[in-house]
Design a protein around this ligand. Structure first.
Ligand code: GDP
Length: 190
C-alpha cells in the first residue's frame, strides 16, 4: 500500500476526544533530534506530501494526521531534550503519559525511533519499559544507519537486534531512504 494522502487534523495538547472513534492509531515517538520528522517524511516523500512536524509551535503537541482516509498517524512530541525548560518538559511528559497510559486508546502499532549509531539512551529505555509494561505493540526503527562505518555495520545491527530481541527492529536511514518499504509494510498491515 502506498501513502496517497496525509491531512493534518489537529494538534492535541491535552485531554481530547477527537480520537474517540474506530480509526486505527499508528504512533511515532522518539527523543528530540533522533530524526522522527525525517522518518515520517521519508514515508510520504515520494508523493510529495509534506508532514512538517518541526514547524514552530508543533513540537510540543501530538500532531494528528489522517492517512489515506484510513488510519491516524500520531506524531508525538520528542522527549529527553536537555535544552527544553523544565515546565515545558513536564507538560510534554504529562501529555505522553495521558495518551499512552491514562486514556483508553489502543494503538495498532507504536514506532519507537532510536539512533542506530548512538544506541538507546536512558530515556529510550525508560519509554520502552513503560510501553512493555502496558503490553503495547512496539516496533523499533534504528535510524541513521548511514552514519555507521560499513566495517562496523553488521556487528552494530546484530548487537541492537540481540538487545531488543523481543521487538521487530528495522535498520533505517531517513536520509538514504533505507527501510522505508519495510516500515510502510508494518504500519499498513491489516
Ligand atoms: P526530530 O527532532 O526527531 O524530528 O529530528 P529531525 O527529523 O529534525 O532530524 C534531526 C537531525 O538528524 C537533522 O539534522 C536531520 O537531517 C538528521 N537526520 C535525520 N534522519 C537522518 C538519517 O537517517 N541519517 C542522517 N545521517 N541524519 C539524519
Amino acid at each position: 500500500m502506498n501513502i496517497k494522502s496525509a491531512e493534518f487534523v489537529k494538534g492535541i495538547v491535552g485531554t481530547d476526544d477527537t480520537l474517540e472513534n474506530d480509526i486505527p492509531q499508528i504512533v511515532f515517538i522518539g527523543r528530540s533530534n533522533v530524526g522522527k520528522s525525517s522518518v515520517i517524511n521519508s514515508l510520504t516523500k515520494k508523493k510529495g506530501l509534506a508532514i512538517t512536524s518541526n514547524t514552530p509551535g508543533r513540537t510540543q503537541q501530538i500532531n494528528l494526521y489522517y492517512i489515506n482516509r484510513l488510519f491516524y498517524l500520531l506524531d508525538m512530541p520528542g522527549y529527553g531534550y536537555a535544552k527544553v525548560p523544565k515546565k515545558l518538559k513536564e507538560k510534554i511528559v504529562k501529555l505522553i503519559d495521558w495518551y499512552f497510559f491514562k486514556s483508553d486508546y489502543e494503538q495498532k502499532v507504536i514506532v519507537v525511533i532510536i539512533d542506530a549509531k548512538v544506541g538507546p539512551t536512558e530515556d529510550d529505555l525508560h519509554m520502552l519499559r513503560s510501553l512493555a509494561k502496558h503490553n503495547k505493540n512496539v516496533v523499533i526503527v534504528a535510524n541513521k544507519i548511514d552514519k555507521i562505518k560499513s566495517s562496523l555495520y553488521e556487528g552494530r545491527i546484530s548487537e541492537l537486534k540481540n538487545q531488543f530481541s523481543k521487538y521487530l527492529l528495522i535498520p533505517y536511514s531517513a536520509i538514504k531512504e533505507i527501510g522505508v518499504g519495510e516500515l510502510i509494510g508494518v504500519i499498513t498491515k491489516r
